[in-house]
Design a protein around this ligand. Sequence first.
Ligand code: PMP
Length: 454
Amino acid sequence: MANTALSEYIANFVVKYTEKTKSSKDKALLARANLADSRASAGFRLSTKELVYPIVGVSGGGAYFTDIDGNSYLDIAMGFGCLLFGHYPSFLKETLQEQLSSGIQLGPQSCEIHEVVELLKELTAIERFAFCNTGTEAVMMAFRLARLSTKKNKIVMFTNSYHGSYDGTLGARATDNASAVPLYGGILPAAYEDVLVLEYGELNVLEALYPYSNEIAAILVEPVRSREPSAYSKEFLQLLREACNKFNAILIFDEVITGFRCGVSGAKGLFEIIPDMVIYGKVLASGLPVGVVGGSYQHMAGVDGGTWSYGDNSYPRESTTFFGGTFNKNPLTCSAMKATLLKIKGEGAEIVAKLNRKTAHIADVLNNYFSNNLIPIKVGYFSSLFKFESQYNIDLFFYHLIYSGIYIWEGKTMFLSEAHSDDDVLYLINTVKRVALLLADLDYFPSKKHGAIV
Ligand code: PMP
């Protein structure tokens, strides 16, 4: 039966939302002819069509930013997880302004990179690092290095993971076996000839890999998947370590999200499992573009032939593959990395512990509330990443949060930062409760009481 009260409410809400964020909507409409933008139509549904446009940001500081209409938002997208210390924290502002006043020297070696690698080594206990501009590129490079150093081809990945937009990682498990198929048009099926996709967390992983034991170059895993943050397994990761030892394959941890967020030495440190290679990005440069591959001497030698010295007969003796890029180690990113790593070295452990506690508190309070009120939403979380999970379409819930001044991006992973105060957390909790109850009262959510699915 049609819920007229809900339909009338939604029509009214659409008017209020679009009035409040009018300039963002106008910009989206105007730009559409010239700006091809996957974010601008992400999550498109006819039922919420009038609300599908990105909020245009103008300025930000701490845990907040202001949009083009002058609305202020408590940001819980936090640059897709890059902004662990908030929008433009003072340590970053100083360092970037100083770097900008010296110019942007692309070409000469970055002045800061030597300290960056020292700090990285100290914090992560990894030997060598190579730099590019995105997590996507770093994953692509890790594949290349792993295949070069093992002289094998197959890469193993896991379901419901995300490793960026490289062709080789945009595949899904074929229906009845571990082979993979592209998830999107424009990607060659051949890109998956040497990719296996297994269920994350399945403890028979060793058995499943035995038929391919001589062919596996690397196992790539997000130690904790951002799409299912609560569903992680240390035991499973240990089995992957074992499998790599047995099959002489390389274990790659994709720590683009977990790196420096779930602990100073990332998931690697937290779970006490030593991968052969690690991918970093996001938090490491506090919002500037970066991707890093780190690994042992042996596995990283493919970048440059290995180490050598002067005044003796040493030379870059190992086989190499191609690694390069115009913007790699650009001075702004290097300055940002150095400042971020110094901050992490000084205060990281304490900040991370505090954020983990705050996030667990948000999840506890809201999960109790949802369950007591039969609201079909659950907060899934790991360290300071969290998500509102539901088996139903809850778009309207998210739009109400945005309307109430809490910013959520289209992918809907959320992050706390050092800049989120206890008052911000309280505002978030109270707003979520208010919005969820309002929608529940309108029978927006299906429930045991009401049955219908919206
Ligand atoms: N790996 C993981 C685990 C990620 O979450 C992401 C991006 N969110 C990437 C790789 C790709 O990073 P980028 O967007 O910098 O290419």
